[in-house]
Ligand binder design. Structure first.
Ligand SMILES: Cc1cc2nc3c(=O)[nH]c(=O)nc-3n(C[C@H](O)[C@H](O)[C@H](O)COP(=O)(O)OP(=O)(O)OC[C@H]3O[C@@H](n4cnc5c(N)ncnc54)[C@H](O)[C@@H]3O)c2cc1C
Length: 479
């Protein structure tokens, strides 16, 4: 009884301490307002929290972290909550403090001479894109969730998206960071330098760390000239191998102007056609394989370059048909086909997901063997493998056989298929966590597939920065 009273007393004390740091408007107190913070985007994870705080600046984040560290309370950084791996959701103990960055959304500077953008980590990605565009510049990170994900979350998950092939992942777009470390100390790494070889590149430790090493509070990002012209086409290709050939040729013939190269199988396109209002597939015939290709350039003749590339591909037999966008509306319509695949899957009852990458030349064989594995384990499951072929990253999703619910499929045979797909990706020297990170969903997978040496280095880094294990425990590394 005495211990229970002590615990309640301590809990009240820390919550009161946090209230004093962030003020009433920085504490989410009523139950209904707390709920959206406590479940993840896909509804797969639900948690509880001792407190949900919304600090207004770096100093408040630092004070909050110091108070939690002193009390031995674990913390969960929380961005736009669009992650797919439960990284921003607290556990069910009700003893963790959730720290939301949503009030930290100031854009400090867009520098059109140095091509940099300096902002708070809570800025929504679309607002950063717009701020760059206002100055005629480009921040190229672009994801389906850009209207709500935050740059701090993007960096913490090393987000990919639709232009990785040309501009790289989030990791490649950062010059400087400010981070509140697990003891509350602030590391100011806000340098806007293109060259800096003074020792270890510390910022990279926090990018892709999913909030397990500290809380990113401010960022300096790279900007780029905004390409004036884009040429976009949906191309029916003879096979996945033909798609890979087309990618290589397009990069060569365009002087590496390919900014997106997305694979869409016939099955996914049909799902979109059936389930998404206004979606229209621009071909009369049904094809098994398609790619959405986009070139970007400041040269107006980029459209002609794309036409030449596709003509060659049609002659060589790699391409079977092509629809080239002749206007902005037509471009949007083609992109809508690609971006509607997740929604079309939801309309069809939802999908069982794998997010894998393998080296591009090995994708055709990987796909053959992965499809064979699905066929062996669950012959009538429907394969909807689509995505960022130009990055070697496919969302190898499965729809249950007709008549079976997704819940049933998740019980069986889903896990047996996952085992086969992940083992195969590993054997092809690929990754089982290609784009969406690890979070709590894939911590077991990382433990299974990362090498012992890699795991030991990760644990050593974690222990060096967070010896008490209070920063987002249970995420990325298993306890
Ligand atoms: C429709 C849709 C499309 C998507 N498309 C893509 C895609 O193409 N590519 C892709 O990579 N992802 C995609 N995602 C997944 C998701 O949007 C990304 O992972 C995104 O980067 C997460 O950002 P967030 O702000 O929502 O982070 P959250 O979900 O809030 O958090 C993600 C992780 O980062 C940590 N974190 C958040 N903020 C901070 C911070 N400031 N400091 C330290 N740690 C922090 C959290 O603790 C958690 O571990 C998509 C999601 C949706 C819903």
């Amino acid at each position: 009884m005495k211990m229970g009273v002590d615990l309640v007393g301590k809990t009240n004390l820390i919550v009161e301490q946090l209230r004093q740091i962030v003020g009433d408007q920085g504490l989410v107190a009523d139950d209904a307002s707390r709920q959206p913070y406590l479940r993840d985007e896909l509804g797969a994870f639900h948690g509880r929290a001792l407190a949900i705080v919304r600090p207004a600046d770096t100093e408040q984040v630092s004070e909050v972290v110091k108070a939690c560290a002193a009390a031995g309370v674990a913390m969960v950084p929380h961005g736009g909550n669009t992650g797919y791996c439960g990284g921003a959701t607290p556990d069910e103990s009700g003893r963790q403090v959730l720290i939301s960055l949503e009030r930290m959304r100031r854009i400090h500077e867009v520098d059109a001479i140095g091509y940099t953008l300096t902002a708070d980590a809570g800025c929504v990605l679309a607002n950063l894109q717009a701020a760059a565009e206002e100055k005629g510049l480009l921040f190229p990170l672009s994801l389906g969730s850009e209207g709500s994900c935050q740059i701090g979350g993007n960096l913490s998950t090393n987000a990919g998206g639709l232009a990785v092939l040309h501009y790289g992942n989030a990791r490649d777009l950062v010059l400087g960071l400010e981070v509140v470390l697990p003891d509350g100390e602030v590391w100011d790494g806000m340098k806007a330098l293109r060259k800096d070889n003074s020792g270890y590149d510390l910022k990279q430790w926090f990018i892709g760390a999913e909030g397990t090493l500290g809380i990113i509070t401010r960022v300096v990002l790279k900007l780029f000239p905004r390409p004036a012209f884009q040429a976009t086409a949906l191309v029916a290709v003879a096979s996945i191998a033909a798609a890979c050939e087309l990618l290589a040729a397009a990069r060569k013939l365009s002087g590496d102007a390919v900014t997106s190269f997305e694979y869409i199988p016939g099955f996914a396109l049909a799902l979109v056609g059936q389930n998404i209002d206004g979606a229209r597939v621009p071909f009369d015939d049904d094809y098994a394989h398609h790619v959405l290709i986009e070139l970007s350039s400041h040269q107006e003749n980029i459209q002609q370059t794309l036409e030449d590339i596709l003509e060659n591909a049609l002659e060589s037999g790699h391409a079977l048909d092509a629809a080239i966008a002749g206007s902005g509306e037509q471009r949007d319509a083609l992109w809508r086909l690609r971006e509607s695949v997740p929604e079309a899957q939801r309309h069809a009852g939802g999908s069982y997901k794998h997010d894998v990458s393998v080296p591009i030349p090995r994708i055709p064989q990987f796909m053959d063997e992965a499809c064979e594995a699905v066929f062996e384990v669950a012959g009538d499951a429907r394969i909807c493998a689509y995505g960022h072929l130009g990055d070697g990253n496919l969302h190898f999703n499965l729809l249950p056989p007709a008549g079976m619910s997704l819940e049933q499929f998740k019980e069986s045979p889903g896990p047996r298929i996952s085992q086969r797909i992940h083992t195969l990706a590993h054997r092809f020297e690929g990754s089982v966590c290609a784009e969406h990170g690890v979070g709590q969903l894939k911590a077991g997978l990382l433990a299974q597939y990362a090498s012992p040496v890699a795991l030991k280095m990760m644990r050593d880094i974690k222990h060096a920065l967070d010896p008490a294990g209070l920063m987002n425990p249970g995420k990325v590394l298993l306890p």
